[in-house]
Design a protein around this ligand. Structure first.
Ligand SMILES: [Zn+2]
Length: 448
């Protein structure tokens, strides 16, 4: 790319990303960086390509801090664990990544992946082999055989799906070393999981000890790699914060003790309500179980108060959509988390945009150079048809995002992408949706 090529975006209302109110001005881009904002020196703008944005709004490119780009929208863990293939998963992910970018998300964090797809995809994008959003990536999530939400599908050891099963201290450190050698940006741990036989507990239980969590942090931090946890109960959030985790996904069902640990350590949180909200609000459209819909709605309402308190205490709250499952297809729902954070956590629209821009740079490990419209920052920008502060859900409205710019280049959003592919053996193939009892056959056909 020509590092001296200039673009001048003129006359837009600029939402910087830092939480500051919009201001009218120009943005001068040189190569892949922002050179000046506001009223650039006319001499510096000489020869720039002019983009007229009078009456439009500008925000930084949005950042989704919780995706799974290699999953390809499975309906079940069975499908994800047993129907995917390495090479094909990477090829499919290369198309799905473009859907994320075209939706205005110029960067995302791939929390964990099947095989080692995340690292390969990131390197392909960075090298210019393909077009895609900026990304940071975890590897396989560190999990023990009682963790996660896949219950008996997890073997007692080894890799399955997105998880690497580890138990002993040696297994934990060896796997962290292996992943760091492979090139991950983050180490992820499933700190809580759904027990096979729940007993008296509701929801997930903590499946790692505080000592084990400290071992993970010591091992990864020594090599300069941050640690992120999946935590969906109070004690797992508390111990992850105490152990030195650098970011927590979900952080739902906190109690006062967990909140205090998060606040004391200022651990960034990614609540990721979109998945639950999609199931609760729209699940009936795809035949979701009403009981499950109620359970997921409850996770949001039961967690909102403590998360709001964390926000008020200065803890960075980031937007994450959990895109990659059948409930959260790529490109469609990334924007929704902004409005959900406004609705349930009381963030102002400007704060919600900051959660998806300046603060998202934490997940991208590019604080200070990504997520703001400021001189020196990477030139990732959206040109918007109207004021996003009027209603954050407009980010999902077709045509609202007029132009996506990543690294100073306008992203092609008009060439059609392949969609709805049929790959032999890739999806679940059920015999039927229901069991063919005699009664059911009779009710369908009359008496047999
Ligand atoms: Zn996730």
């Amino acid at each position: 790319m020509d590092q001296t090529a200039k673009k001048l975006i003129k006359g837009a209302q600029i939402i910087v990303g830092s939480g500051a109110p919009p201001m009218r001005g120009d943005v001068l881009i040189a190569g892949n960086r922002i050179l000046a904002v506001g009223d650039p020196d006319p001499a510096a703008t000489m020869g720039a390509e002019i983009i007229d944005a009078d009456g439009k709004f500008l925000t930084p490119g949005l950042i989704d801090s919780h995706c799974h780009i290699s999953f390809d929208e499975p309906q079940t863990n069975d499908e994800l664990f047993f129907h995917r293939r390495y090479g094909l998963a990477a090829l499919v992910a290369s198309v799905n990544a473009q859907k994320v970018l075209r939706a205005g998300f110029t960067a995302f964090f791939d929390a964990d992946c099947i095989f080692d797809v995340g690292v390969d995809l990131r390197d392909a994008i960075e090298a210019g082999v393909m077009v895609g959003p900026r990304m940071t990536t975890g590897g396989n999530v560190l999990i023990n055989c009682v963790g996660g939400t896949a219950s008996r599908l997890l073997p007692d050891s080894g890799r399955r799906g997105y998880g690497m099963i580890v138990h002993t201290r040696d297994e934990i450190t060896t796997e962290i070393h292996r992943q760091i050698k492979a090139g991950v940006d983050w180490i992820k741990v499933h700190v809580s999981g759904l027990p096979v036989r729940p007993g008296r507990t509701q929801g997930e239980i903590q499946t790692w000890s505080l000592d084990e969590l400290k071992l993970v942090c010591d091992t990864a931090h020594q090599l300069g790699i941050p640690v992120v946890g999946h935590c969906r109960n109070a004690s797992s959030v508390r111990d992850a914060a105490l152990a030195g985790f650098d970011m927590i996904l979900h952080a739902t069902y906190m109690d006062d003790e967990a909140l205090a640990a998060v606040v004391a350590n200022q651990v960034p949180l990614v609540p990721t309500f979109t998945f639950q909200a999609n199931l609760a609000d729209y699940g009936s459209a795809i035949g979701a179980d009403p009981y499950l819909q109620a359970v997921f709605k409850e996770e949001i309402t039961a967690s909102a108060d403590h998360l709001r308190q964390a926000h008020l205490a200065g803890v960075p709250i980031l937007t994450g959509s959990e895109s990659g499952f059948s409930l959260t297809p790529y490109g469609d729902w990334h924007y929704r988390e902004l409005k959900l954070l406004q609705t349930y956590l009381g963030l102002s629209p400007l704060e919600a945009i900051r959660a998806a821009t300046e603060l998202g740079a934490i997940a991208l490990r590019q604080e200070g150079e990504l997520g703001c419209i400021q001189a020196g920052y990477l030139a990732d920008l959206l040109i918007l048809a109207d004021d996003p502060l009027l209603d954050l859900d407009q980010f999902g409205r077709p045509g609202f995002i007029e132009t996506v710019i990543k690294g100073g280049q306008v992203v092609d959003r008009s060439t059609p992408l392949p969609d709805a592919w049929q790959i032999p053996g890739w999806r679940m193939s059920a015999f039927s949706d229901e069991v063919l009892t005699r009664k059911r056959a009779e009710s369908h056909l009359g008496s047999l």
